[in-house]
Design a protein around this ligand. Structure first.
Ligand code: XUL
Ligand code: CO
Length: 434
């Protein structure tokens, strides 16, 4: 316990506290709707942003001050594991997520990479047993290495396709070894730069073929994490095939994969697709495919993925309303796919940023529960669709009407009266809950 000496354990002290290293809103043991907040929220820390992000940006050098660098990459990797589990324990976070490349150095060959992964996952397994933490999901990074310049499962190169397959096989083996609860695919390079040289149908067929191999491999090793696909419309690819929740579900249905996959939805990816986060969650729910959440927020004035820690109570309250309607997220969770701002370069910022995100979700969750208990949205929607409770509405819903009978009704009856939606009043009342 030496990487975060500021605190032994972050505890709930309430909004009046002057202690920076305390929860202001999140009391893990508070029971709401019959479960503790910890059970409801299922927080997870992302290895990449927390352990490997260095604070560089397109105009600036690395700035993050980190104390885990060792004599060689493997020593650094081992130190990172120790620091990561210290952070999980101190924040009382039960779940975590990683890409293969986050935890172990790539070495000089695929075989060396896999050997490094074996050694580091042995250490992670030990740490998990000691701390009682769980692997929410892992994934294969098939977008950083130069070989993936033209995609992984959508690549033009059969050889690259084989390496991607090897990485996923290894990822699923690691998932089995560590008892992974979900397994994520994010198609960072599964898309195109230009259609001038791209056969979209061919590439999508190949991605579906790749996913079927993953489903078959889970069967073969008798390990069944919930498979998740994470939509994002752009960055790094100009166009990514899994543009948003709706597009991704269409793809899964087209290839008969909807039974095998759910969605991992990220707030900032929703923004990039021109949607609110609650829109994406709602679309996923309509397919019974809301799997898990990557929690963050975008800079509303910027067009790229800033992955800020979520602090916007309004947006998160609406997101948590969808989660409540979904009956929670399990076996998914709330994974902070978020990185500290460049000027928050100190080690303790990793604690403070997660505290901020957890407090925001806790507060938003309590808001959402209150809104639900008061029937706030239910009442609005009930009023809005009230005409479908009339004799005519009920007949439509029972599929007892057709164009001819509806025409007869329309001709016989006067023009319907319109009712205002009073949107401004609704928004004013919603503010009372924040
Ligand atoms: C990238 C992103 C990824 C995925 C996992 O924007 O969100 O970190 O969550 O590959
Ligand atoms: Co993500």
């Amino acid at each position: 316990m030496k990487y975060f000496p500021e605190v032994d354990k972050v505890k709930y002290e309430g909004p009046q506290t002057k202690n920076m290293f305390a929860f202001r809103q999140y009391d893990p043991n508070e029971v709401i709707l019959g479960k503790t907040m910890k059970e409801h929220l299922r927080f997870s820390i992302a290895y990449w942003h927390t352990m490997t992000q260095d604070g560089a940006d397109p105009f600036g050098d690395p700035v993050n001050q980190r104390t885990w660098f060792g004599a060689d990459p493997m020593e650094t990797a081992r130190n990172r594991v120790n620091a990561f589990f210290e952070l999980l324990e101190k924040l009382d976070v039960e779940y975590f997520c990683f890409h293969d490349v986050d935890i172990a150095p790539a070495g000089n060959s695929l075989a060396e990479f896999f050997a490094n992964l074996d050694e580091i996952t042995d250490l992670i397994k030990e740490k998990m047993a000691q701390t009682g933490t769980k692997l929410l999901w892992n994934t294969a990074n098939m977008f950083s290495h130069p070989r993936y310049v033209n995609g992984a499962a959508s690549t033009n190169s059969a050889e690259v396709y084989a390496i991607a397959a090897a990485q996923v096989k290894k990822g699923l083996d690691i998932s089995k070894k560590l008892g992974g609860i979900n397994y994520v695919f994010w198609g960072g390079r599964e898309g195109y730069e230009t259609l001038l040289n791209t056969d979209m149908q061919f590439e999508q067929d190949n991605i579906a073929r790749f996913f079927k191999m993953a489903v078959d491999y889970c069967e073969k090793i008798d390990h069944h994490p919930q498979l998740l696909l994470e939509p994002k419309p752009k960055e790094p690819s100009k166009h990514q095939y899994d543009f948003d929740a709706a597009t991704t579900m269409t793809f899964l249905q087209k290839y008969d994969l909807a039974k095998d996959f759910k969605l991992n939805l990220e707030a900032n990816h929703a923004t990039l697709a021109g949607h609110t986060f609650e829109h994406e969650l709602s679309v996923a729910r309509s397919y019974n495919a809301l799997g898990s959440i990557d929690a963050n927020q975008g800079g509303m004035l910027l067009g790229w993925d800033t992955d800020e820690f979520p602090t916007n109570v309004y947006d998160v309250t609406l997101a948590m309303t969808e989660v409540l309607e979904n009956g929670g997220l399990a076996p998914g969770g709330i994974n902070f796919d978020a990185k500290v701002r460049r000027s928050s370069f100190a080690m303790e910022d990793l604690l403070l940023a997660h505290i901020a995100g957890m407090d925001t979700f806790a507060r938003a969750f309590k808001n959402a529960v209150k809104l639900k208990e008061d029937g706030f949205f239910a009442e609005l929607k009930e009023k809005r669709y009230a005409s479908f409770k009339t004799e005519l509405g009920a007949k439509i819903l029972n599929d007892e009407m057709d164009l001819a009978s509806l025409t007869e009704y329309a001709l016989q009856n006067p023009e319907p009266k319109l009712a205002s939606s009073h949107i401004e009043y609704v928004k004013n009342r919603l503010n009372d809950y924040l």
